[in-house]
Design a binder for this molecule. Sequence first.
Ligand code: MN3
Length: 208
Amino acid sequence: MKAQNGKFELAPLPYAHDALEPTIDKATMEIHHGKHHQAYVNNLNNAIAGTELENMSLEEIFKNMSQHSMAVRNNGGGHWNHTLFWEIMGPDGGGKPSGKLLSAIENRFGSFEEFQEMFNQAAITRFGSGWAWLIVDDGGNLQVTSTPNQDNPLMDVADQKGMPILGVDVWEHAYYLQYQNRRPDYVGNFWNVINWQEVERRYASLAN
Ligand code: MN3
């Protein structure tokens, strides 16, 4: 993901704001995409303005994240993470993955249900704000992990590194209007809106 003429832009939501109801309500989606994500984009553009980072992709910046400012880390992560988040959800979501991704999940975690349990635990136990992820590590193996704040597993500061193919935002702004403090309910319902075709597409793009 790269800036055009020094500016990152917020892409439109790939579906209507109410398309994920009843799992995620319209007001949350409007504020989350239009206000929170837009703010990450604006603050990222301000942070990179006039620097060499204007010409680098976020993925390149993340590799040396520890050498850059907290503004770039928080807002660059915020832009990348939310862009993935909107795309891996959809109004026709839910169910299970198929094909190679399902096989890989079953081989790695024992079953799809055991993977769900592990992912739910990562999301529920992330203290404060952050994300839970399904990633493909450098060895091509699936891993479940989580990161604080707007960090992600592409960053050199991450405990466990890899390319995210699925992620859930567990910041309170992602669920508080509808679920208040019930993060486990939000995480449990998140499975109903996962666009597995998109997750499978991302997984296939990493296969060597
Ligand atoms: Mn968010």
